[in-house]
Design a protein around this ligand. Structure first.
Ligand code: PEP
Ligand code: MN
Length: 263
């Protein structure tokens, strides 16, 4: 179902009115974790003004350590929904457990399946039964055909609204958090009609590498860019060291708009 043979034209996915794919760019921005309401409002206002059309934030965080901040759960979902409504931005948030799909679907416009859960088949089956569009991130050690098979799990349950995300794979050099596989974008476009976005934040883990990788992703044909933004990275509950400041996102968004006009 994900293949070009099944569907030769690029799919356009509608996320509560924001289109992604077939020439429409999904500009997703926001902090790694949903934090307090005022801070979320400030960040959302700023990224929307810069041109982001979808707001992100995790209320359920898949953390390496069980002792690290795990997210605000339902309280976070409520904040995210309210912030999205306040600024007219559909919201994207991660769902980490099949038992949470129903709850997260009540609050979110788009469900994220994170890299660590790409092959959680019970979760894929459950989001496949949901009516919400899904942002499916490539696992850090997954091949492109693994990723497409995971999309197939969702599509085969009747949910056709899947957007894929290249967020870097494990590399041998710790100079970047992951290895940004920019070629994945045209490779996937050659195999599938599903939109593909890039996430240079998790791919590189370094703010100064985010703009060049975001631009490279767009130049390679990406249908959108996912960037983590925080107004006070030192205080962020997760992924602070890779966050762009709102003013850095504004600069990047204007460069991305310029490039998109040329493409
Ligand atoms: C995230 O989006 O904050 C996240 C945890 O991403 P990934 O699953 O790509 O690591
Ligand atoms: Mn993150």
């Amino acid at each position: 179902l994900a293949s070009l043979e099944a569907h030769p034209d690029p799919s356009v996915i509608d996320v509560s009115g924001v289109k992604i794919g077939g020439g429409y760019l999904g500009m997703i921005a926001g902090p790694c974790s949903v934090e307090d309401r005022d801070r979320m409002m400030r960040i959302a206002e700023s990224v929307r003004e810069s041109g982001a059309n979808l707001f992100r934030g995790g209320a359920y965080k898949p953390r390496t350590s069980p002792y690290a901040f795990q997210g605000l759960a339902v309280e976070g979902l409520k904040i995210l929904r309210d912030v999205g409504k306040a600024f007219g931005m559909p919201v994207v948030t991660e769902v980490t457990d099949p038992r949470l799909v129903e709850t997260v679907s009540e609050y979110a416009d788009m469900l994220q399946v994170g890299a660590r859960n790409m092959q959680n088949f019970a979760l894929l089956t459950e989001v496949g039964k949901s009516k919400r569009p899904v942002l499916l991130k490539r696992g850090m050690s997954a091949t492109i055909s693994d990723l497409l098979m995971c999309a197939e799990y969702i599509l085969s349950q009747g949910n056709a609204n899947v957007v894929l995300c290249e967020r870097g794979v494990k590399g041998f050099d710790s100079v970047t958090r992951n290895l940004f596989d920019v070629a994945a974008v045209p490779v996937i476009h050659g195999l599938s009609h599903l939109p593909v976005i890039v996430d240079p934040s998790h791919a590189t883990g370094k703010p100064d590498l985010i703009p060049p990788c975001a631009m490279a992703g767009l130049a390679a044909g990406a249908d959108g860019v996912h960037v983590e933004v925080h107004d006070c990275p030192e205080q962020a509950k997760s992924d602070g060291p890779q966050a762009l400041l709102p003013e850095q996102y504004r600069e990047l968004a204007s460069q991305m708009k310029g490039l998109a006009e040329l493409l």
